[in-house]
Ligand binder design. Structure first.
Ligand code: ARG
Ligand code: ZN
Length: 859
């Protein structure tokens, strides 16, 4: 039962107001609804009233106060339809009472319980598990909610309007789709603060957590206030209610949710203290708090017409949170981290059987499309639009977007129309970024003839499932040229590659004159600066060329990129028995890492190795079949060579970048710790992890403790994880790290046995998504264990996916992506993976989520 974008029909009815009353009880919650409907003048069909509803026990139903009987409506497991001829006219009020069972709701969608508190998750289609309703984003209405419960804290969207003993009422004046509805009830305490908007309105801010956790909310609150100020300064967007509430819950399918005025967060993205959270955790908290807050304008005030338009709110909001983090921290470091993520998750997706466009055109289960492509590639598309328009037109277009579409449910066409109007530019070719899947490949060639320096760029968008033929994309390529001595010969230039190929010629003598250097007989192009487009670049740069870029490029992204590609080439060469001057690479990267004028965070990134999965993809791209065991060993060997060759440097970096005993999560201190802990890794190989042991024993913050523990686990040490467990067994979030690290870092030969043993651990509460992801998902970072030649890794994962699917389809289906790279591997592994996929597919009662995923991965 696939759903198609082309089949969109406007709703038959609109909603003028919604009144809900919840009588909360773990096994038998009653939901009374009173909904004012009105026929949609733009409705196209016969006018039947169609309401979604799942797992609801209908108790009463009445229309304009008159009870309905089973003859008046059609009830199915998916919903309820009242035929047009039974409707009393164009406007009417429907009242219903339903019973639901929050405690039995292990899918964590709709209303559920988590450690004794009630909470909701409605995006995308969870509201239909709460009451009968047109659960589609193009139906927007103001909500009034009454909650009855003995629990002390009762929250919903909007502003509080009244409360008494055992009840509270909330009103949200802003019309919203049902997916933004939220309700929370529990024994909670608040970390509170306030924010005054640019126009002088005071907003109460609360972060609600379980008693005891209120000491770990300061950073999230600080991030929230900075986000509110930033959206005013950079986009002119103010907050629009009297209160903004955030609630942390332990059982949550994803990161967080932007419900109007009541954001609900996975507790791992709220709670932080020096002792329990790493710098990376702080970084995520800042970015996700900002992301959810920014949704208030890009997502809530302007929402999506239908779920095919998901990237309208997600791509734009990810781009905005990336901009925010770049402003709060180092912009080049943020860009490199974002591209690392994009390549690791989105390029991987785009290269395999799950490839789909940023705006998909068909789906079976929308929850399967909250993907790296919709989010991260969606953000890259927005970034290119800004690059093409320039910062002033960008800001003007956003102002126009907010002015034109506030209060509406929109499409990508609406969004692009605003840009066409404001920037006066035809975007029909650019729009292909929304409809064509696959990562475009750009090939570059250059030559010098006389004084003519000629650059040719070619593009090819690869075939992807269901899309055999592609049209050329519009690719902004930011570039420069360097002389062999590393002097910039050309100020940053953007070429718009809008056809299969494009050739540009420069006068080399003139460029050299301008730059004040003799005319060189060789140049080094620095292409795709700042990663100006989400493409794979093929440029015939020699190792020497890359070393020049690494040492001298004025674009920090490409400096990093040069080092990263040298390391990748060295590893791939070693794997395929091709000669390569690895010593030169180590020297060049060592020089950069030792450059005291550079940001420590950037230097830490420059020392980072490509992941085993990246290497497997590079091996595959080179036309070879990756062997995960060999990849692990070779990567480790080259890393150890670098550790030995640069030992004095690493010792010096380790000593010089101790930020001191007082932990502060700011970017500068975090950067120092990143560089120091990178040095630690090189200084603590499995053969001698003594420095890591010393750091483990002395650590006073989680960043340093985890860095040391990682080295010790990789060295096969059993005492350190035991000590860590004894220290932290009472802390869920820290124990998630303990589970995850052992699975991801134990040497591959033992990792599966460790993972299996961990699933028997008394704290392995598998229904908790974070815990499940730590252990099962942890294997994605240990490919040599997952791809064990026996197939045991595949069986282990498939067994757990089947089990989890019975409880929580969304979380299970998400992790099925562990299998998405199967076409890269040898036929034995391919067959074993396909057999596991078939075994999952044959499971009785398999969810729609998992059925769709397995079928798509299987191809
Ligand atoms: N809108 C949320 C966010 O981007 C994520 C919701 C994910 N929902 C889902 N069904 N997977 O912050
Ligand atoms: Zn989002």
């Amino acid at each position: 039962q696939p759903i198609h974008l082309a089949d969109y029909r406007p709703p038959s009815h609109l909603v003028d107001s919604v009144h809900l009353t919840f009588r909360l009880s773990p096994k038998d919650t009653r939901v009374k609804s009173k909904i004012a409907f009105r026929a949609n003048p733009e409705g196209l069909d016969e006018g039947n009233l169609r309401l979604d509803g799942e797992n609801l026990r209908l108790i009463t139903l009445s229309l304009n106060g008159k009870p309905l009987t089973a003859f008046d409506y059609l009830l199915t497991p998916e919903g309820l339809t009242i035929p047009a001829e039974r409707l009393p006219g164009d406007a009417f009020t429907l009242e219903a009472e339903v019973a639901i069972d929050p405690e039995a709701n292990t899918a964590l969608e709709g209303l559920y319980t988590s450690n004794g508190m009630f909470c909701t998750q409605c995006e995308a289609e969870g509201f239909r598990k709460i009451t009968f309703y047109p659960d589609r984003p193009d139906v927007m209405a103001p909500f009034t909610v009454r909650i009855e419960s003995d629990l002390p804290v009762l929250l919903s969207n909007g502003n509080p309007i009244a409360q008494g003993d055992g009840w509270a009422e909330w009103h949200d004046p802003w019309p919203k789709p049902a997916y933004l509805f939220a309700l929370v009830a529990g024994d909670l305490v608040a970390h509170s603060d306030s924010f005054t908007t640019a126009s002088g309105a005071k907003v109460d801010l609360n972060i609600w957590v379980r008693p005891g956790d209120e000491t770990r909310c300061a950073y999230a609150m600080d991030a929230l206030k900075r986000s509110m100020a930033w959206d005013e300064q950079v986009y002119g967007r103010e907050y629009d209610l009297d209160v903004f509430n955030i609630v942390a819950v332990d059982d949550f399918n994803m990161g967080a949710m932007e419900n109007k005025g009541l954001n609900i967060f996975n507790s791992k993205f709220v709670l932080a203290s020096a002792e329990t959270a790493t710098d990376r955790d702080y970084d995520f908290i800042e970015g996700i708090v900002a992301h959810e807050y920014f949704h208030n304008w890009t997502g809530n005030r302007i929402t999506c017409r239908d779920w095919f338009q998901l990237c309208l709110k997600e791509g734009l909001t990810v781009f905005r949170d990336q901009q925010f983090s770049a402003d709060m921290r180092s912009a080049p470091v943020k860009r490199i981290e974002d591209v690392l993520q994009l390549r690791a998750r989105q390029f991987r997706e785009d290269a395999g059987p799950l490839a789909h466009p940023v705006r998909p055109e068909t789906y079976i289960e929308i929850n399967n499309f909250y993907t790296a492509t919709v989010y991260e590639k969606g953000a890259e598309v927005i970034r290119m639009l800004r690059e093409l328009a320039g910062p002033d037109a960008w800001r003007a277009a956003l102002d126009e977007y907010f002015a034109r579409h506030d209060g509406q449910a929109c499409t990508i066409e609406d969004w692009l129309q605003v840009f066409e109007d404001v920037a006066q530019r035809d975007l029909s070719q650019f729009k292909r970024w929304y409809s064509q899947a696959g990562t475009p490949r750009v090939t570059a060639e250059w030559s010098i003839a006389g004084d003519d320096l000629t650059l040719t760029l070619q593009q090819e968008v690869p075939e992807t499932p269901g899309q055999p033929l592609k049209e050329p994309a519009l690719i902004p390529v930011r570039l420069g040229f360097l002389s062999p001595e590393g002097v910039d010969l050309l100020p940053d230039t953007v070429l718009e590659l809008d056809s299969p190929d494009l050739t540009r010629t420069w006068d080399l003598a003139a460029l050299a004159r301008e730059a004040g250097v003799p005319r060189p007989d060789r140049v080094i192009p620095s292409l795709l600066r700042g990663f100006s487009a989400p493409v794979i670049l093929d440029a015939p740069l020699s190792a020497e060329d890359r070393a020049v870029l690494l040492a001298h490029d004025s674009d920090p992204f490409n400096r990093w990129e040069a080092g990263r590609s040298l390391l990748r080439e060295a590893i791939v060469a070693d794997l395929s028995g091709t000669p390569f001057d690895t010593g030169m690479v180590i020297d060049a990267i060592g020089k950069l890492a030792g450059d005291e004028t550079l940001d420590p965070a950037f230097r830490a990134l420059a020392l980072g190795f490509p992941s085993e999965d990246d290497i497997a993809q590079a091996v595959h791209d080179a036309g070879l079949v990756p062997d995960p065991t060999a990849i692990h060993a070779t990567r480790q060997a080259i890393s150890e060579r670098m550790g030995t060759a640069l030992a004095p440097l690493f010792r010096q970096l380790y000593e010089a970048h101790d930020p001191g005993p007082d932990y502060s999560p700011d970017a500068a201190s975090a950067g120092k710790r990143a560089l120091r802990n990178t040095a630690l890794r090189f200084l603590s190989p499995p053969s001698d992890p003594s420095l890591a042991r010393a750091q483990f024993d002395a650590a006073t913050n989680m960043t340093d403790q985890v860095a040391a523990l990682t080295c010790l686990i990789a060295a096969g040490d059993r005492a350190a994880p035991a000590a860590f467990e004894a220290q932290w067994k009472g802390d869920r979030l820290v124990m998630d790290k303990w589970f995850m690290l052992q699975v991801s870092t134990t040497p591959p030969a033992d990792a599966l046995a460790v993972a299996r043993a961990l699933t028997e651990h008394p704290l392995f509460d598998w229904k908790n998504p974070n815990r499940f992801r730590s252990v099962i998902g942890g294997l994605s970072m240990n490919p040599a264990a997952f791809h064990d030649p026996s197939g045991a890794g595949y069986r282990f994962v498939a067994d757990w996916l089947i089990r989890m699917d019975g409880a929580n389809p969304q979380t299970a289906a998400r992790l099925s992506t562990l299998f998405e790279t199967w076409p890269r591997y040898d036929t034995d592994r391919q067959e074993m993976i396909r057999a596991e996929l078939d075994r999952i597919a044959a499971t009785e009662g398999l969810s729609r989520d998992m059925t769709e995923m397995v079928a798509r991965i299987r191809g």
